[in-house]
Design a protein around this ligand. Structure first.
Ligand code: FAD
Ligand code: DLZ
Ligand code: SF4
Length: 506
């Protein structure tokens, strides 16, 4: 019996469930196809990263004796979809069954579900064993609960894995050390330099293909510095544990013009395509804590991002898709301003965050949430437009993780299924957590008028505009009490400044 085992571009793990039980009569199919490369206009670094990692992975498993059929994007076949690639292979091979690990995206699952009919063979979809909680487990956890807050899901997983636990109690006596994790970067502080990866022939060839086929896509290749093999991804993990984890939690929310990456791990692309798996990354961090190299607030904060947020976000995606992406609770419909693509804006926080995005296909969580996300929330950018932007521009962007983070966390389009209140903030928050405001054309202390920081009046305008939807939220009561103290003149100034600003961005 010959099985066709399919490996998608984000399934590059040697222990992936679709390879379990591989025998000599089986074949593996990997394919670079037009649909995956064009469903959004991906950042050029993201294209190079994924295609190069796919080619390296195929070469690695071939060396281990696996029969791999690999279709390249620039071959004369010009395949559009995974379905086309299977058709191509079935011209020369007969298969009794197709085996695949469940895909990360709903869009791809829909395609896979057509294969039994098209190819007239059984299709076995296996659980993705790289996650620490299965889709079924999350659905069971969610059943009957009134609200699905990440914190409670995370605590269950801490108990299940036994990570950072002393018996039934959390290590350090608290589940969460975020109180210690909100520090701005001290003046003159230098975050560590990152390791450099050299480009080999495989990556250089992919770069040529990407430059030829996608000359108009966003981003620059000049600063490409991502690992594309498991060996290099492991080096990136070691570097993070040795150099960065020690201050990870402390400066997790900080933003700094001179230290764009701070102490963040930059591991999301490797986790998302499978060059690293969540378990090994968490265990490496926990080990560093156990030998006394890093403090509890840093290791707990880091483990929570992966064991908590990452697993939770995936659970939310599969619980609510496909309806999830169509909600628009705040009825946002503004088109995305051009400066999201050009970085050409005088608002320095946005300029810095978008420039980093263009140059590195990366911005850290607080830049994504509290700068570009916050601005999209306050100005009411159409969810589809801002989601397409996030999906295109980040090296780690896949629908299952990008969508809940944007739709739910950043722009509150799901009406609070994910976040207990909108992550809306005025310039004061950005000023507290960054050094952006010092070099900005706008004055962060001014509330309205042409020199005032736009986040200040946009924030209050947002609060007023959505009063009927947000006022009853107990977590918003203080904000609405403060709104009630504003004079009619202040309110008029906020409205006028907002109107002028919104006119100026299109
Ligand atoms: P670190 O700060 O070092 O965190 C460690 C790891 O925790 C990350 O590598 C990541 O795997 C995980 N993690 C942290 N926060 C989250 C989160 N909220 N959701 C899921 N995993 C998390 N993350 C993606 O992987 N892909 C996306 O497309 C994506 N889109 C986002 C869009 C918006 C609007 C926002 C607010 C966040 C988004 N995130 C996304 C989450 C988060 O910003 C990134 O995971 C993080 O910035 C990646 O950088 P890092 O590896 O240096 O993270
Ligand atoms: C993101 C991406 C890109 C750009 N190209 C490919 C590709 O050519 N072939 C492939 O198998 N996967 C690619 N991917 C990743 C897929 O989009 C991802 O595997 C699916 O979205 C399922 O999550
Ligand atoms: Fe951003 Fe306002 Fe600060 Fe300028 S003043 S950097 S617009 S928060």
């Amino acid at each position: 019996m010959a099985n066709l085992r399919i490996i998608l571009g984000d399934q590059l793990s040697q222990d992936i469930s679709s390879l379990e039980g591989y025998t000599k009569s089986d074949s593996v199919l990997m394919a670079e196809v037009n649909d995956e490369n064009t469903y959004v206009a991906h950042h050029v670094q993201k294209l190079v990263f994924i295609l190069s990692a796919m080619r390296h992975f195929a070469a690695d498993i071939k060396k281990q004796g696996i029969d791999v059929h690999y279709f390249k994007l620039n071959s004369s076949l010009n395949l559009n979809s995974f379905t086309d690639a299977i058709h191509q292979l079935t011209k020369i091979h007969h298969f009794n069954k197709i085996i695949i690990t469940e895909p990360g995206e709903y869009r791809v699952l829909k395609e896979i579900l057509t294969w039994e009919k098209i190819f007239q063979v059984p299709v076995e979809i296996r659980e993705d064993n790289r996650f620490l909680s299965s889709i079924k487990d999350f659905k069971n956890w969610a059943k009957g609960r009134k609200s699905l807050r990440m914190e409670f899901f995370y605590r269950e997983l801490r108990k299940k894995t036994g990570w950072l636990m002393e018996g039934s109690q959390p290590t350090g006596g608290k589940w969460n050390f975020d109180q210690e994790n909100r520090k701005a970067l001290p003046k003159g502080h230098q975050a560590p330099l990152r390791i450099n990866f050299t480009l080999n022939t495989i990556t250089k060839n992919v770069m040529e293909t990407v430059q030829t086929k996608f000359p108009q896509n966003f981003g620059k290749l000049d600063y490409f510095n991502w690992a594309t093999t498991r060996m290099d991804a492991l080096k990136a993990l070691d570097h993070f544990i040795d150099e960065c984890l020690v201050h990870y939690g402390t400066f997790q929310d900080a933003m700094d013009s001179e230290n764009a990456l701070l102490y963040h791990s930059l591991l999301s692309p490797y986790l998302n395509v499978g060059l690293l798996v969540p378990k090994e990354v968490c265990l490496a961090a926990i080990e560093a804590y156990e030998v006394g190299k890093v403090p509890i607030n840093c290791v707990e904060g880091f483990v929570r991002q992966i064991l908590g947020w990452r697993e939770y976000i995936r659970g939310i995606y599969w619980l609510y898709m496909p309806e999830y992406e169509d909600s628009n609770y705040l009825e946002a419909k503004r088109t995305l301003p051009d400066f999201y693509w050009t970085a050409d804006t005088q608002m320095n926080c946005l300029h810095q965050s978008i420039t980093a995005t263009r140059d590195f296909a990366y911005a850290h969580h607080i830049q994504r949430l509290m700068v570009t996300g916050n601005y999209a929330l306050l100005t009411g950018i159409d969810p589809k437009e801002i989601e397409a932007w996030y999906l295109a521009v980040y090296i780690d962007a896949f629908d299952w993780v990008e969508l809940p983070n944007t739709h739910g966390m950043a722009i509150f389009a799901d009406g609070g299924l994910l976040a207990s209140k909108p992550y809306a903030a005025s310039g004061a928050y950005i000023n507290r957590m960054s050094n952006y405001c010092k070099n900005c054309t706008f004055k962060v202390k001014e509330k309205s008028g042409k020199n005032a920081c736009p986040f200040n009046y946009l924030y209050w305008n947002f609060i007023m505009e959505h009063e009927s939807k947000l006022k009853r939220n107990p977590r918003m009561s203080l904000v609405y009490r403060n709104l009630s103290k504003k004079s009619p003149t202040e309110i008029e100034e906020i409205r006028n400044s907002t109107k002028n600003h919104l006119k100026s961005i299109h």
